[in-house]
Design a protein around this ligand. Structure first.
Ligand SMILES: [Zn+2]
Length: 213
C-alpha cells in the first residue's frame, strides 16, 4: 500500500490515504474535515474502510460526511471503523469541540463498529492489528501493519514528543506506558505516521525521543 497524507482542518491534521495502485482500492484514516478536498483526492479509488484513531474533532469531524458521499458514488459500501468505545463521549461532542475552535462545519461521528485491543482488521488490501493506547484520550487506538512495516498512531507519538495529556481525561503516565507496550515493541524500521507533523520511525523515537528514554 502506498501512504500519502492530506492535511485537513485549520489544525493541519494528517489524514492518511493508503492506496493500492494495482487495484484502485484505498483505506482512509482520520478524515477530520475538508471532505470536498478528500473526495477530490480519492477520485477514481474505491474506499473499503475509514478508520478512526480517536475522538478529537480534527481527526473525525469529516468522517460521517465522507462515508455518506463515498456511499453515494461507489458501488461497495464503506465501513467506518474505530476507535475504542471509550471515546464515544468525544465522537458525540465533535460539534461542541469544533465550535470551541471557531469551526462550524465539523460533525459528530457514528462508527459502524468500534474496535478493541488485539483485534485484527482484515481489509481487502491490508491487514491491521489494533492496539489500545490510551492517555491522550481514553479510547485511543493505533493501527499496525506488519506487512507494510507501518504504524498509524494518531496523537499518541510524534517526532521527538508525545501527545498532550492536559485534558480532564488525560493520563501522561498511561500514555508513556501505552506507547512502550504497543509501539516500542515494534522493530526499528517500522514507519510511524502521526496525526500532526512529519513521519518518523520506531528506531528514531526509541533513540531520540526524550519522553521515552
Ligand atoms: Zn487528539
Amino acid at each position: 500500500m502506498r501512504a500519502r497524507t492530506v492535511k485537513v482542518t485549520p489544525l493541519r491534521q494528517n489524514c492518511t490515504v493508503l492506496e493500492k495502485l494495482e487495484t484502485g482500492r484505498a483505506v482512509v484514516v482520520d478524515p477530520g474535515g475538508d471532505v470536498p478536498e478528500l473526495l477530490r483526492q480519492l477520485d477514481g479509488l474505491t474506499v473499503d474502510a475509514i478508520l478512526l484513531t480517536h475522538g478529537h474533532f480534527d481527526h473525525v469531524g469529516g468522517a460521517d460526511s465522507l462515508r455518506s458521499a463515498l456511499n453515494r458514488r461507489q458501488k461497495t459500501p464503506v465501513c467506518l471503523i474505530g476507535p475504542d468505545e471509550r471515546d464515544a463521549f468525544l465522537l458525540n461532542s465533535v460539534t461542541l469541540q469544533a465550535e470551541a475552535f471557531g469551526l462550524f462545519d465539523l460533525h459528530d461521528a457514528h462508527p459502524d463498529q468500534f474496535v478493541v485491543d488485539g483485534e485484527v482488521l482484515d481489509l481487502p488490501e491490508i491487514r491491521f492489528e489494533v492496539a489500545h493506547c490510551p492517555g491522550h484520550t481514553p479510547g485511543h487506538v493505533v493501527y499496525i501493519s506488519r506487512e507494510d512495516k507501518l504504524a498509524i498512531v494518531g496523537d499518541t507519538l510524534f517526532r521527538g514528543v508525545v501527545g498532550r495529556t492536559d485534558f480532564a481525561y488525560g493520563d501522561h503516565e498511561g500514555l508513556i506506558a501505552g506507547i512502550k507496550r504497543t509501539l516500542l515493541s515494534l522493530p526499528d524500521d517500522f514507519v510511524v505516521l502521526p496525526g500532526h507533523g512529519l513521519p518518523t520511525t520506531i528506531g528514531e523515537e526509541r533513540q531520540n525521543n526524550p519522553f521515552l528514554i
